[in-house]
Each structure stands twice: as C-alpha cells, then as structure tokens.
Design a protein around this ligand. Sequence first.
Ligand SMILES: [Zn+2]
Ligand SMILES: [Zn+2]
Length: 352
Amino acid sequence: MKALVYGGPGVKSWTDVPDPVIVNPTDAIVQVDTTTICGTDLHILGGDVPAVQVGRILGHEGVGTITEVGASVTNFTVGDRVIISCIKSCGHCTNCTAGLFSHCLGDEGQSGIGWIFGHLIDGTQADYVRVPYADNSLHKLPDGVSDAEAVMLSDILPTGFEIGVQYGQVKPGDVVAVIGAGPVGLAAMATVGLYGAATVIAIDLDQNRLEQAREFGATDTVLSGAADWKERVLALTDGSGVDVAIEAVGIPQTFTMATEIVRPGGHVANVGVHGKPVELHLETLWIQNINISMGLVNANTTPMLLKLVAQKKIPADKLATHHFTFDQMLDAYDTFGRAAETKALKVVITRS
Ligand SMILES: [Zn+2]
Ligand SMILES: [Zn+2]
C-alpha cells in the first residue's frame, strides 16, 4: 500500500510500505477513505516530537471502511464506515474507566498515552491502518454525515470542545475569548455555544481567519497585531476581563495574552501544543484566583459531537477548505504548511 512516511526531521515521502495486519484480537484493519493533516504532523516533521521514529506512517485523523476485524471485536464488522478517533482507548484500564482516555494504559505503545497513531504506531495517512482496541476507538458513521464532516471528529472538534470549552468551564452568559482562529480555535468557537457563551471573541493576527471565525460562532473579532488589542478585548467585557480565555496557538506570547485578558476568578484553558516553556506570572496571577487548565483530548465526547454534526448543529463542513486525493498527499502538505497564504483550515484528502 501507499503511505506518508516520516523520514526524520524535514523529510517525508508518499511511498510503498507493507499492508498492516491484525496483531491483537482487539484490532481492526480500516481502509482509509479520507484523512487530513494536523498541525501536530507539522510539529513532528519539524523534529519537535522525538518519540516519533524514522519510518513511522504519520496521521491520527481519518474516516474509513473496516476490512478485517480481530477475533474479539464485537461492536464492528467488515464493511462498517467508521471514524477513527485520534485517541485509542482499551475501555477498561483505570484511566479509561475514569474517562481519561488520553492516558489509556492499554499496552499498545507502552506509554500510558492515548495518542498513538502517527506517533507510537503507524497512522492514518495511508491506504490502510491497524486500529488497536477497535471496539472503543472507532465510531460508526451514520448516513447523512460526509467523510469531510466526519474527519473533523477524529481530533479537532473534540479537542476544541473538551480542552477549550469544557476544561475552561464555560457557563451560560460568559464572555469567551479564543486566541488563535486556526482549526482547533474554530472548533472551540463552534462548540462554545453548547454551554451558552454570550460573547465569543476571536483573536488572531490574520484578518482572513477572523472573517472565517464569524462563520463558526465568533460574535466579535480583534486583530492581535493592533497596538490596542487588549483594550479592544476589555471593551467587550464589563471591563474586568473575559470569563474564559482559550489559548489555541501554542506559543509563549499567546499563552501570556490569555493570562492578560482573563478576569479575576476566570479560566485560562490552554489548548495549544507548546514546543517551548512559557513564562507563568504567578506573582501577579495568584492574587486574581485564575484557573489554568491544559490537556490532551480524551475524545470521550465524540459520540455526542457526532450527533450534533449529523443534525448540522456544528458547521464541520466549513472547516474543510481544500480537497486532495491520496496521490496528491505531498501537495496537501504543501498547501497546509502554507496556510497563511493558501487560507487553508483543514485539507481533506480522499481515496479518489
Ligand atoms: Zn491532530
Ligand atoms: Zn485504557
């Protein structure tokens, strides 16, 4: 089969590799119909994720059709259309039973980390992928949900919702700022209404992304390059700051921005994947009773989000801005890697 193979920092190829086979009775083999590229894949190619070994097939998001199931898989059969969750879950370890699928202790990957595709085992940017713990790590796709909508449920919609909205403890009437209007920031904006946010402020350096943000639920936008960006955000509150600041970029500056606009007693929900330490100004934050959260998605809200996507309550389709076929995988990387120029949100890559 063909797959996108990591060749070390800066090196990737769309090349021939052996087909995956069932290893454990809880595995399924899925023929990938649609996949996409995540900012995390770019981090890996940048050399920021040393756990990824040379030769690894990248990708942790995908939709496909089951072609083979292991002897103990009971929830799925050959021919089922499924969403592949970016997080595997054995379903019965202490962390899984606590809902912390992100730290599933199941022995695949040997690490206590739920994110294994395109990281510790081969991923979804391939013709076929082996899915461990298939019964708990796949979701059956109902009719009426397109592949392009469904692939947003592998990672970005649950990530924006769980780590941004839920960890940020958004409440009805809240003023919520989302720093970073990339795919995950937009996913947070698209789901923050579920908890009744009254005002949703999109903050980004890119005017184009701010315009896109309005289609995902932003009520107000602030260009972060403006000298008075902070005053503009505060003017949209009662003057004390936002109730919840969601950081969806992953660089020190944007984390600091989030701490600068949150009200006393408010929440900073960090969603961004950081590659460097951030400076945490405890000397000023402690007395403001600020709550700070962060995390890897559990993807335990995916079934609920899937229902909302099926009912067109979440505009998942609008995240799909560019379409490619598998043999254009490297073009898709190029387009996604130059998102500021190409205006790409998510690139959707289909079998053909
Ligand atoms: Zn991802
Ligand atoms: Zn587990």
